[in-house]
Design a protein around this ligand. Structure first.
Ligand code: ZN
Length: 300
């Protein structure tokens, strides 16, 4: 198996597989990338060509209503409800203004959604000590206030890389390459959240953490870009199939084009990547991942 950088794998995704996109942004209220086809035609294409499901995530109160209306008026798609996190872009004041709305939805509309998220820790978009600290505190607060709902969590986790080092505090532990992972595991343990209730969306490593998290019982979600980019593919190594999920994170994470517009039907590329890494049949991977997803989100 070759692990050269950004090398697409030498197999094609098979047609007619049962597929599941466990995390996408669809339709996007303000698309970050210009859609190549209307959302309606992307939706139709998915269900005409594939037997499967997709799960749409909101990431703030701002896009919730728009997405909720869409999922309510379309069959076979599901919603997870996310919230903002403090970052270089949104201060704690903005996050706390949204917080009551977010809590109102998750508390009072429990039958309209299948999971909480995306939300989590992102030290690429939070580069100072105080904002990182606020992110951690807010993360724990959300867990404390939502755990009684017993819903699965969809996590967004981005550890600091070399480029994200807090220049004023270069030796602080927040700069460690797995600090966010460690902190999240600690908080879930403190709050008594079972790892089986947690999915790490677009799992970005470090590489040794894939098998480690799976062993604890967490689910690892593989993006479609694992097809064309080794940095996503290598994180799957050593993770057993019963702990894997697939996603597109549409419009992001195009299977092989840097910056290309992505669509839920491309989740079949994640299936192909898993099959390639584990030397398995795509059909077998697809069936098992769909079963994992239905179990995780409690959908039929
Ligand atoms: Zn996302």
């Amino acid at each position: 198996m070759s692990y050269r950088k950004n090398e697409a794998i030498p197999i094609k995704p098979e047609p007619d597989l049962p597929i599941v996109d466990c995390h996408c942004h669809f339709p996007d209220k303000e698309p970050y990338r210009k859609p190549t086809h209307s959302y309606e035609s992307q939706y139709e294409f998915f269900f005409e060509k594939h037997n499967g499901q997709f799960i749409i995530s909101s990431s703030s109160y701002y896009d919730y209503e728009y997405i909720q209306n869409y999922t309510e008026s379309h069959e076979k798609i599901y919603l997870t409800v996310g919230c903002l996190k403090p970052s270089d872009r949104y201060g704690m004041d903005v996050v706390m203004k949204e917080h009551p709305h977010f809590m109102d939805i998750v508390e009072n509309k429990t039958d309209t959604y299948v999971g909480i998220g995306e939300f989590g820790l992102d030290f690429h978009h939070a580069k100072t000590l105080s904002i990182r600290q606020e992110q951690i505190e807010y993360f724990q607060k959300v867990i404390q206030e939502t755990k009684h709902l017993n819903k699965p969590y969809v996590l967004h986790v981005r550890n600091a890389t070399q480029r994200d080092i807090d220049q004023k505090n270069p030796n602080h532990e927040f700069n460690q390459r797995d600090f966010c992972n460690k902190t999240i595991v600690r908080i879930f343990e403190e709050e008594g959240i079972k790892p089986e209730k947690v999915m790490w969306h677009c799992f970005s490593g470090p590489q040794d953490w894939g098998p480690k998290l799976a062993k604890m019982g967490y689910y690892i979600s593989v993006p479609s870009s694992a097809y064309g980019f080794n940095r996503w593919r290598r994180n799957i190594r050593g993770v057993p199939l019963d702990k894997l999920l697939t996603e597109t994170d549409s419009c992001f994470q195009h299977p092989f084009k840097m910056g290309g517009f992505n669509t839920p039907a491309n989740v079949k590329y994640a299936t192909a990547a898993i099959a390639y890494v584990n030397d398995m049949e795509q059909q077998e991977v697809a069936e098992k991942v769909l079963e994992n997803a239905r179990k995780f989100f409690g959908i039929s």
